[in-house]
Each structure stands twice: as C-alpha cells, then as structure tokens.
Design a protein around this ligand. Structure first.
Ligand code: SF4
Length: 80
C-alpha cells in the first residue's frame, strides 16, 4: 500500500497520510459513511466518499489530532 492515498472529491483533493494516521477514529465520528479503518487500522476512503460534502471533508480534516488528512482546492492547501 502506498504511503499517501489521494482522492478527488468534487473540486477538492483529499490526501490521507498513512504514515501519520494512528487510527484514533475521530474523523470517523464526523464522516462515518465516507471513511473507514482498513485491516491495518489506518483510515481509508469508502465508495461513499465521493458523496461527502466540502464541509464534511474539512471537518474530518480539522478534527484529526495528527493532521493525517489534508485537503487541497485547486492545488492550494486549505486545511488543516
Ligand atoms: S482522526 Fe486522523 S489519526 Fe484518527 S483515524 Fe482519522 S485520519 Fe487517522
């Protein structure tokens, strides 16, 4: 598995740094339908992630205590 998983959702690019994620699950509290822990205890996207709103993605990003989720818009880093 690659160290950084990236997904384009709407006009946002969401990156999960698999080396930083420690599986605290705070982000799952915010978007239980869009993210899930994989069999290594690291967060990953579900098929429903494409339906997440901008607000949900930013909230998941901002709640992560180790900044494992990054959101970019038009190539510009907007959160955390
Ligand atoms: S809140 Fe951060 S550390 Fe916790 S599961 Fe989500 S991405 Fe990983």
């Amino acid at each position: 598995m690659i160290d950084v998983e990236e997904r384009v959702i709407g006009n946002l690019t969401v990156r999960i740094d698999r080396l930083l994620c420690v599986g605290f699950e705070d982000c799952l509290d915010v978007v239980p339908n869009g993210l899930v822990l994989d069999n290594q205890g690291i967060v990953t996207f579900t098929p429903d992630a494409d339906g997440l709103t901008r607000e949900q993605l930013l909230a998941a990003c901002r709640i992560c205590p180790v900044d494992a989720i990054t959101v970019l818009e038009n190539g510009t880093h907007i959160a955390p």
